[in-house]
Design a protein around this ligand. Structure first.
Ligand SMILES: Nc1ncnc2c1ncn2[C@@H]1O[C@H](COP(=O)(O)OP(=O)(O)O)[C@@H](O)[C@H]1O
Ligand SMILES: [Mg+2]
Length: 494
């Protein structure tokens, strides 16, 4: 922790060990920058011409004067409003780094302003603060009417990240004050799942110069791109929490185990169906967003998905409260960057992690026809595929296909997603074609493209289903949906 120098001898010692401060890097998010820390910046598409006119002072935007926002000096911070009656709440973090505050808020320790900690810690904490400041400015600029356009970070600001209020001081350390995402739950059941590549255990202090030889510090999260950081599940029978019993052991389990353990089933968990459907919707949104924007514009290492549902519905009802709905958040932004600033980072596998999490949740969905409406938006028409093959033998084969990327720039190949999700992605980015096939004992393949290449003949590999973007009539759309459903119902995806 930072000790403030108050006496002559202390000050001398502090001077001798002075560390080059601070580690807040200028990143090109475009809403706030540490080199103009008392200002928010109105993003470009608001159409303001002169740089100085794009700045709005944070003092004019803030509503809660008790918290530090923008430029932070530890000695100026107000004390955190700690709720001393509540115990520690975290499942997947480091001990003692969170405090529950009053007014449905929590405080997360931030070493961003402490030059005495190892510089890697300071840098990661600074990256997280920098990101939350972007969200703060985005929200404040909007609220004050300075900005009404769209921004890359909109979904984080409005839904995915906990709401950020500012910085407070507790004892001699700074804390980020944010929305307590467990507020309103009687007994929250939570799962912290890391997505994408993560930093090797015990190595985060080496993260200062992310990018330089970073390869050796990143560990793949297996083919799923997602791994357990921790869980805490309320057991109604024993009236006690079950938690990650051993980090090492539970990380060996695959995603099916993780979600089965976390969600149980419809008889063990009254919130099972609601949770599966809410998480599937939210993961589908995140995955589609990442496919369209995130993968090209963001680099995220070791961030988490935080799932929460009400573990004690009976208790909540008995108290006369409405049962809080299940929710999903994106948290832990210590290594979260605009892709343009970190070209060295390479692929971060977040999109793959989101796809894997979505697939696992989707697997738990009751397999009823109502999925049709959600899963198959109808702007594509099947050109050829499985059904044609069956009908006419090899003559029915597709004579065109999306080539393996890279091809003509923006071809994509995504593994392990359902055909309807493949269609969603094609639709989101208005691709002219998409192809999908099941691969036995492997992950299915989805390809998106705007121009096709010809296919000579089918080898022994699994046939592609191939679709073309088209304006359909309502009856065609219905027919295609049923067709899609029949195809996807003919076998289960590997
Ligand atoms: N906004 C929040 N509200 C309530 N609990 C939170 C919040 N953010 C994080 N937590 C809890 O703290 C844990 C660790 O959070 P995280 O931000 O990942 O910290 P760390 O950097 O220590 O890993 C999460 O798994 C969750 O249990
Ligand atoms: Mg974490």
């Amino acid at each position: 922790m930072l000790t403030l120098c108050t006496t002559g001898s202390d000050c001398l010692r502090a001077e001798e060990t002075v560390v080059e401060a601070p580690a807040l890097e200028v990143l090109s998010w475009g809403l706030w920058s540490p080199d103009k820390c008392d200002q928010c910046i109105i993003p470009d598409d608001a159409g303001v011409l002169w740089p100085e006119e794009k700045m709005v002072s944070i003092d004019s935007l803030r509503e809660d004067s008790g918290l530090g926002v923008g430029c932070i000096r530890l000695e100026d911070l107000g004390e955190c409003d700690v709720d001393v009656t509540v115990e520690n709440v975290q499942a997947g973090g480091h001990a003692g780094t969170f405090h529950v505050l009053r007014e449905n808020r929590v405080a997360k320790l931030s070493e961003a302003f402490d030059p005495t900690v190892p510089e890697g810690h300071q840098y990661s904490a600074g990256t997280e603060y920098n990101f939350y400041m972007q969200l703060w400015c985005l929200g404040a600029l909007r609220k004050a009417g300075h900005f009404s356009g769209t921004h890359l970070l909109d979904p984080f600001q409005s839904a995915w990240a906990p709401k950020f209020y500012g910085v407070c001081r507790w004892v001699d350390a700074a804390f980020l004050v944010m929305q307590n995402v467990f507020a309103g739950y009687k007994k929250e059941s939570q799962l912290d799942l890391k997505v994408g590549v993560t930093v090797a255990e015990n190595e985060p202090q080496k993260m200062k110069w992310l990018g330089q030889s970073i390869g050796s510090l990143l560990t793949p999260t297996g083919r799923d791109g997602a791994k357990l950081a921790g869980y805490k599940v309320w057991n109604r029978k024993t009236s006690a929490y079950e938690t990650t019993y051993s980090k090492k052991l539970s990380q060996l389990h695959g995603l099916p185990w993780v979600f089965n353990t976390y969600l149980g089933n419809s008889s063990s968990n009254p919130q099972f169906e609601k949770s599966v459907s809410a998480f599937a919707d939210q993961l589908a949104q995140m995955f589609r967003w990442w496919n369209r924007y995130g993968t090209s514009k963001i680099r995220s290492i070791a961030a988490s998905l935080l799932f929460v549902y009400e573990g004690d519905t009976a208790g909540a009802e008995w108290d006369g409260n409405p049962v809080n709905a299940p929710r999903l958040y994106f948290i832990d932004f210590a290594h979260f960057f605009p892709a343009a600033d970190k070209p060295e980072l390479g692929k971060d596998y977040v999109e793959q992690g989101l796809a894997s999490a979505f697939r696992e949740i989707d697997r738990l969905k009751p397999n009823d026809v109502s999925r049709l409406a959600v899963d198959a938006p109808g702007s594509y028409k099947k050109v050829c595929g499985l059904a044609d093959l069956r009908a006419s033998g090899k003559n029915g084969q597709c004579l065109e296909k999306c080539a393996t990327p890279p091809h003509n720039g923006n071809n994509q190949q995504i593994k392990g997603i359902s055909m309807s999700m493949c269609q969603n992605l094609a639709d989101d980015s208005s691709y002219a074609f998409f192809g999908w096939r099941r691969v036995p004992n492997q992950r299915s393949e989805c390809r998106l493209c705007n121009s096709t290449v010809s296919r000579k003949f089918y080898t022994t590999s699994e046939p592609w289903l191939f679709f073309k973007r088209t304006k359909e009539t309502d009856s065609e759309r219905l027919a295609n949906r049923l067709d899609l459903f029949n195809d996807s119902a003919t076998g289960s995806e590997a």
